[in-house]
Design a protein around this ligand. Structure first.
Ligand code: NDP
Length: 287
């Protein structure tokens, strides 16, 4: 009886639904979106543009960013620009924030969404690869947050961290990636405490995503994952909504993420079995 009740409570707590969200909340807001040249980040840029926000987009591929910026301007963005470069370097992460400061003189929302490439397969023992994805997926998030904090304190703004169910519940074939996502939860949850202790009115929203139909994700895992992916457009909107509402955590899609998060602490071995049974491991070949 307790588990379903708790499940219902947590689902309501984590996923507040349309609630009091109003797209006007984003009008004129200054928002950085990382990993905005494709996938969920690209879709977030389009939603924000439609809502009339100022967007600063970043990723490595300049040609793709230019196209996204053009479309954002067509959709009604208050302004749209990009900075291209790799988040393997914390210096670049800081440069992006500097660009916001020079252009806007402030910042309202920092959406940390990019990820570097990691293989989907048995862990191959390559420690340098783990270091590299830690730098791209985790350290650059820390560097951008650190640089952006003075502006976010000033605006009483929001930090939105895009994580994964792999940052809550481990599954096979994702060891380096999963490590970076678990690290995000530890770092940002500790920071949230400190903000409360020091009366810093900057919200931190951790977005726990299940399988989403972005081109890269589908290419990497569709031969192994049995469940159907959720739509990236809706996912992007839910992330913006949860950030604007200053929610602590988003689960999307809630129907698969919330039960997994709940079972993790109540029945970890049952959950591990469930995770493996949802994978066609026979299709996985060692690299
Ligand atoms: P995509 O692979 O579609 O997009 C990744 C983005 O990051 C691209 O814009 C890419 O652009 C950029 N990027 C890649 N490498 C670097 C780098 N070294 N430096 C800077 N930018 C880089 O990812 P998704 O949209 O699928 O995922 C977005 C977020 O959602 C991620 O945080 C991911 O972990 C999370 N998520 C996604 C799931 C899914 O099923 N799709 C499931 C769970 C979580 P470019 O190549 O031009 O640099």
């Amino acid at each position: 009886v307790l588990i379903p009740l708790l499940g219902l409570g947590l689902a309501v707590y984590f996923y507040s639904g349309p609630g009091n969200f109003n797209e006007e909340m984003l009008r004129g807001k200054r928002v950085i979106v990382t990993g905005a040249s494709s996938g969920i980040g690209e879709q977030m840029a389009y939603h924000l543009a439609r809502m009339g926000a100022h967007v600063l987009l970043t990723a490595r591929t300049e040609a793709k960013l230019q196209k996204v910026v053009d479309k954002c301007l067509d959709l009604g963005a208050a302004s749209a620009r990009y900075v291209s470069g790799s988040m393997e370097s914390t210096a670049f992460a800081e440069e992006v924030v500097k660009e916001a400061e020079i252009t806007w003189g402030g910042l309202d929302m920092l959406i940390l969404n990019h990820i570097g490439y990691s293989y989907f397969n048995f862990f191959n023992g390559d420690v340098d690869h783990v270091r590299k994805v830690m730098e791209t997926n985790f350290l650059s998030y820390v560097a951008m947050t650190t640089s952006a904090l003075p502006m976010l304190k000033e605006s009483e703004g929001s930090i939105v961290v895009v994580s994964s169910v792999s940052g809550k519940v481990a599954s096979p074939f994702t060891a380096p990636y999963s490590a970076t996502k678990f690290a995000l939860e530890g770092f940002f949850s500790s920071l949230r405490h400190e903000f409360i202790i020091e009366n810093v009115n900057v919200s931190i929203t951790l977005c726990i995503l299940g399988y989403i139909n972005t081109e890269n994700a589908v290419r990497a895992v569709s031969h192994v994952i049995k469940v159907a992916p959720a739509p990236k457009e809706e996912c992007a909107l839910e992330i913006i909504r949860s950030g604007a509402l200053r929610q602590r955590e988003l689960h999307y899609p809630a129907s698969t993420v919330t039960p997994a998060v709940l079972l993790r602490d109540f029945a970890p071995e049952f959950l591990d079995g469930l995770v493996r049974s949802n994978l066609q491991v026979e299709n996985m070949k060692r690299a």
